[in-house]
Design a binder for this molecule. Structure first.
Ligand code: ATP
Ligand code: MG
Length: 720
């Protein structure tokens, strides 16, 4: 017990030893929240004697879950580390155990966006839709909204509707949106697929349907702890409320200044109003910052203070004075990249290993000029975002082979039945599609039944079927890594890459094998193929092993860097239109963007470098320094090279012109006002949409209301 408490401050000790009831920690970046959370787990197990399997510890990413699991393992020496995972991954555990209760099979699949897109592709092709009707991204959003609106029926349909019933609904649908929705439901049911949102909502649905199961989980989870609580969204919040309903032991930590997922549905009110939702809440603050030097902290604080919608809070640095925060203005982006490379080499000469250097940026495309220079100068780097590792073609293909063994689903079938070539081209595939729709069976089953059909003559269908059947019958006795290595070999997939000279793809497959192997050794529970496939759909390339990268500079977006820390941080592309992003067009959006910049700066422990590039944007307009640089009090920045005074003045004008002052309420037309529009005719204002600066207007003779900008010319007919 002494060991666990050693090195913690009073607030952290309090967070550990207050085990019962509702506890909320609100504290700034680098104040030791996550450290306290991990120590609390160890305390509950070691000092109190709680069984790890009765603790749920929710982290924001799989990576932090893994780190924490290792930490707990070191602290307790126990292999059973209970539930340390993301919300999604925890829901997989719930469903794995209990989806049968609502007659949904245990061998369900977890679908990621790429899987959904593959299904949409089938639907679009079958029903003659094009991206002009709706992009896949929009289609996914519409499906999502529709599911939320009809939640209970949606799950009832998914579970109880027979496949041909769903198929009929899909065939009978006329509107593009209906076609897509029922097509998706049909595809989902066919492979028992659940997407990320389903994981949470379906778990909730099961809890609603079955009190006994709900109670079982409530009783099991004696203690619940949640990291990064400022970014929790509504479904996650609902789930958490249900889960803590019996023991009522809930511990959450968060920092309102680090809310950066509002655009994805996160709501800071859950943290701020926690004490009202959970009476008797004890709130703990942590005021020291252990992560960053006073120089870095002063600059970051100076930035976040410019947010008006904020509860002021100051952090006291614990570390001794360090180097100043360096700022650099480059004439062009290539020069900015050169400067970063130079600085990294200098750090290296001072003895800093490259893995202690991270470059953070607002958007993926900024890596391009960095990569050019780094390749030229032979500085090893590893990109932790961008094309996601698990979205790469060869990785998806490899996983599809594994899925074929287990699920025999259409999406996997379409991916790999003819890769490598087995003469299963378009004509034969169309035949299988028709046959499978007619019989309501999977494509694979259709192939099996038509193995000797006339049309299959000349195709190597039998070979493929034998391969899948062989692996299906023997996989359960073998480790996942063995199965993976063998099927890539025996299917001819690796040979295909080798003869095609795709060394990079082969390297990626080697990396995948390595990560499967590590997964097997780290996963305390029994690691089956079922288990692995459900989890891998939740992985991102943050989860690919770090050891494989050796000593390399880390590059990632600011969003991906959340919760992490690095000795040396470069924050590049600090320009208007990049960071803040051009997309930001509301005052709330700008405050979130500033929090994002704050998150970026507070990742740094020892050294922080900020850089920007001048020159022109692709549309010919001059590039200005970011308002976030100008927000920081000058005394906290040391310029390595400063932009001309003229440019700074011009930037201030530009920023002023592009700063959104919200339109005062009296400038809107009140709901009920009758208006006339020169094209749409007469209508009535239904709603004010101040976020979009628009009125929602119902025009006569139109079925649905239209959203018109406040700038639209409207004549007021009569005020009510
Ligand atoms: P963030 O809001 O960015 O997630 P956090 O509050 O979770 O930050 P941690 O990551 O837990 O902060 O801690 C930041 C750093 O400070 C870590 O390197 C951690 O090991 C160190 N630290 C935390 N508490 C202490 C302490 N009491 N004494 C010394 N170092 C500490
Ligand atoms: Mg943290």
């Amino acid at each position: 017990m002494e060991e666990i408490l050693a090195g913690l401050n009073e607030a952290q000790k309090k967070a550990l030893t207050t085990t019962e009831g509702y506890i909320r920690v609100i504290a700034g970046a680098g104040s030791g929240k996550t450290r306290a959370l991990a120590a609390r787990f160890a305390y509950l197990v070691e000092a109190i004697g709680i069984l790890p399997g009765n603790i749920l510890c929710v982290t924001f990413t799989n990576k932090s879950a893994n780190e924490m699991r290792q930490r707990i393992h070191r602290l307790t020496g126990d292999n059973d580390t209970g539930y340390i995972c993301t919300f999604h991954s925890f829901c997989v555990s719930i469903l794995q155990e209990d989806s049968y209760a609502v007659s949904y099979p245990k061998n369900f699949q977890v679908l990621d966006n790429a899987d959904i897109d593959a299904m949409l592709k089938i639907i679009y092709e079958e029903r003659g839709l094009t991206l002009r009707h709706m992009t896949f991204g929009n289609a996914r959003d519409r499906i999502e909204i529709r599911k939320q609106m009809t939640e209970t029926e949606y799950y009832r349909d998914l579970i109880a509707m027979p496949l041909d019933g769903l198929y009929r609904k899909y065939q009978e649908a006329v509107e593009a949106e209906d076609i897509i929705f029922y097509g998706y439901l049909y595809q989902q049911k066919k492979c028992f697929g659940l997407d990320y949102n389903d994981l949470i909502n379906f778990s909730l649905y099961i809890f609603e349907q079955n009190e006994e199961i709900c109670r079982k989980w409530q009783e099991r989870l004696e203690y619940i702890m949640i990291d990064e609580f400022q970014d929790i969204d509504a479904p996650q919040y609902r789930l958490m409320r249900v889960l803590c309903g019996y023991h009522k032991n809930l511990f959450v930590v968060g920092d309102p200044d680090q809310t950066i997922y509002t655009w994805r549905g996160a709501n800071i009110r859950y943290l701020l109003d926690f004490d009202r939702a959970f009476p008797g809440t004890e709130t703990i603050s942590m005021l020291q910052n252990y992560r960053s030097t006073p120089q870095i902290l002063a600059a970051a604080n100076s930035l976040i203070e410019k947010n008006s919608n904020r509860i002021p809070k100051r952090m006291e640095p614990v570390l001794a004075d360090g180097a100043p925060v360096i700022c650099h203005y480059a004439d062009r982006s290539e020069e900015e990249a050169e400067w970063i490379a130079d600085r990294i080499v200098r750090l290296q000469e001072e003895g800093v290993p490259l893995k202690d250097v991270a470059i953070l940026y607002r958007a993926h495309y900024l890596t391009r000029s960095l990569e050019d220079i780094f390749l030229k100068r032979k500085i090893p780097y590893h990109i932790y975002s961008g094309v996601q590792f698990f979205q790469r073609m060869e990785i998806k293909d490899a996983l599809s082979y594994l899925k074929m063994i287990l699920y025999r689903d259409d999406t996997s079938f379409l991916r790999i039945a003819n890769v490598p070539k087995r003469n299963l081209g378009e004509r034969r595939m169309n035949f299988l599609q028709e046959y499978s729709n007619g019989q309501k069976i999977s494509l694979y089953e259709a192939l099996k039944r038509n193995r000797d059909h006339e049309i299959m003559r000349g195709a190597r269908a039998g070979e493929f079927i034998d391969l899948i059947e062989k692996f299906s019958s023997e996989y359960s006795d073998r480790s996942v890594s063995e199965v993976l290595a063998d099927i890539l070999d025996q299917s001819g997939y690796e040979t295909m890459l080798r003869t095609g000279g795709s060394q990079e793809r082969l390297d990626n497959l080697a990396e995948l094998k390595q990560s499967v192997f590590e997964y097997e050794t780290s996963c305390g529970e029994e690691c089956t193929l079922e288990h692995y496939l459900k989890r891998v759909a939740l992985f991102t390339n943050m989860d690919v092993s770090e050891s494989a990268d050796g000593d390399a500079v880390k590059m990632m977006t600011v969003h991906a860097a959340k919760g992490l820390e690095f000795p040396n941080v470069f924050l590049c592309g600090m320009n208007e239109g990049i960071f803040p992003s051009r997309k930001i067009n509301t005052p709330e959006g700008m405050e979130e963007e500033r929090r994002l910049a704050f998150v970026a700066m507070t990742r740094a422990k020892e050294r922080l470098f900020l850089s920007e590039a001048g020159g022109r944007d692709f549309d010919g307009s001059p590039r200005y320094p970011s308002r976030f640089l100008l927000d920081i009090d000058e005394q906290y920045l040391t310029y390595d090279k400063k932009p001309r005074e003229g440019l700074i003045a011009a930037a201030r004008d530009y920023i002023h012109a592009h700063t959104h002052t919200p339109r005062p309420a009296e400038n809107y037309l009140q709901p009920g006002t009758k208006v006339h529009h020169f094209v749409f005719g007469d209508g009535v204002v239904v709603e004010i949409d101040s976020a979009k600066e628009a009125h929602l207007i119902q025009f006569e003779g139109m079925d649905t209301p239209r959203r018109l900008s406040v700038r639209a010319k409207l004549e007021i007919i009569k005020k009510e």
